[in-house]
Design a protein around this ligand. Structure first.
Ligand code: URA
Length: 408
């Protein structure tokens, strides 16, 4: 009985594979209703899951769709995923770097929902860029140019798509076991041999503490072991936005700057280099220092940027048509001091208010609005200095967002 299963979890008891299978597959075929699934998800959120339950649910999610066979690709195939954050554009930087070193990167990404943006929306800000490649197109492109960034195909872990959409509107997104199942089922079905997960914690992330991020890392590694997948994790801070730009086309422009070697010393560039070096090491082996040298050389030589251009062209995009709104306002410093904090969550909320992200799945977004930061934490500022440039369609009340910056 449906309600017996909900009650069992409400009391903190362990569900069997059979009970989970019945409930979740029942949801996919319409026998279990949204309100019943919401109730079970909340009980899981509050009472957690045993490792056994997590392994069972991961299998149920994987088996809900197809598994890609990437054995036609030479060498070790790597994949990367981030738990999401404000200004997180790492995939668009890393994939061309890694591919330019001869390592195939077939990346299926998601759309943004809420204030954490999605890579697919960002790439769609490039006029013409197609994010709905078919299986045949994906395989053809990865064989030809070593890199694809496209939307998740409908046949891969379709259970996750349904459950994630429900979690998003029922306050159940930040459950550690549910995040582990959601991400690992997609990655395992995606067919890579080795998987790198960037787990974020902080006010702009799903998880707020480093301890939670470590717990998620450990759980994901345990799932990986069962499927003989090497899972590497990097835990990174998401209290401050990643890089200087938040908003779709603004973020693509920032990616171009990094790939051209123009942005060398900020939190985003450093994280991209760390992640790309780790992926190279996972694929080719060797010392991390040597892998980092290869990554830096891919940027300095222009090979990584050329690979990005190749990727955009292959997927139909016209980089020269990328644009940002002509309307903008500045946020200026109200006093002299040192930038002590730049709140990721508040920048995310501002970019949502501007229309860069969607509140519901059905919302449309503006690609050319967003926030460009002019300072980093630790910078000295004088009264009247520009802290951020805000690109808009409909004039925002920036008075409400003064608390983005803390100056001491
Ligand atoms: N990203 C996902 O794909 N799933 C989650 O549950 C959280 C982040």
């Amino acid at each position: 009985m449906i309600t017996d299963i909900i009650n069992k979890k409400r009391l903190g008891k362990e569900l069997t594979f059979h009970e989970l299978d019945m409930f979740f597959n029942g949801y996919l075929n319409g026998e279990v209703k949204d309100y019943q699934m919401s109730s079970l998800l909340m009980a899981i959120c509050i009472n957690g899951m045993s490792d056994e339950e997590v392994f069972s649910l991961t299998k149920i999610f994987i088996d809900s769709g197809d598994t890609l066979d990437l054995s036609f690709l030479p060498g070790i195939v790597v994949d990367k995923h981030s738990t999401g954050g404000i200004g997180d554009k790492t995939t668009m930087v890393i994939a061309p770097i890694v591919a330019s070193l001869g390592i195939p990167m077939l990346k299926m990404s998601g759309r943004g929902l809420g204030y954490t943006g999605g890579t697919i929306d960002k790439l769609e800000s490039i006029p013409g860029y197609r994010v709905n490649l078919s299986d045949e197109e994906i395989i053809h492109q990865v064989k030809n140019i070593d890199v694809v960034i496209t939307g998740q195909t409908a046949s891969l872990a379709p259970m996750d798509k349904e459950i994630y959409a429900l979690r998003d509107v029922t306050g159940t997104v930040s459950s550690i076991p549910l995040i582990a199942v959601s991400i690992m089922s997609k990655k395992i079905a995606g067919g890579a041999d080795k998987i790198l997960i960037d787990i974020k914690y902080g006010n702009g992330a799903l998880l707020t503490t480093k301890k939670d991020a470590e717990e998620l890392a450990s759980l994901m590694k345990k799932i990986g072991k069962i499927y003989q997948k090497d899972v590497h994790t990097i835990i990174s801070d998401m209290n401050t936005p990643l890089g200087f730009c938040v908003g779709n086309s603004l973020e693509v422009l920032e990616v171009i700057d990094i790939l051209k070697g123009k942005e060398t010393n900020n939190n985003l560039t450093k994280l991209c280099i760390t992640l790309a070096s780790e992926l190279v090491r996972m694929a080719k082996g060797g010392l991390i220092e040597d892998c980092q040298d290869m990554v830096m050389d891919a940027i300095k030589s222009g090979r990584a940027y050329n690979k990005f251009l190749e990727l955009v062209k292959a997927q139909g995009g016209d980089i020269s048509a990328l644009s940002v709104s002509k309307k903008y306002k500045y946020i200026k410093a109200e006093k002299r001091g040192v930038v002590d904090k730049i709140s990721a969550i508040r920048v995310g909320e501002l970019s949502m208010m501007l229309g860069a992200g969607r509140k519901t799945k059905e919302d449309s977004i503006y690609y050319d609005v967003g926030v460009k930061l002019y300072v980093q934490v630790g910078d000295k500022v004088k009264k009247g200095d520009i802290l951020a440039k805000v690109y808009y369609k409909h004039a925002p009340h920036l008075q409400d967002f003064k608390d983005i910056f803390v100056i001491k």
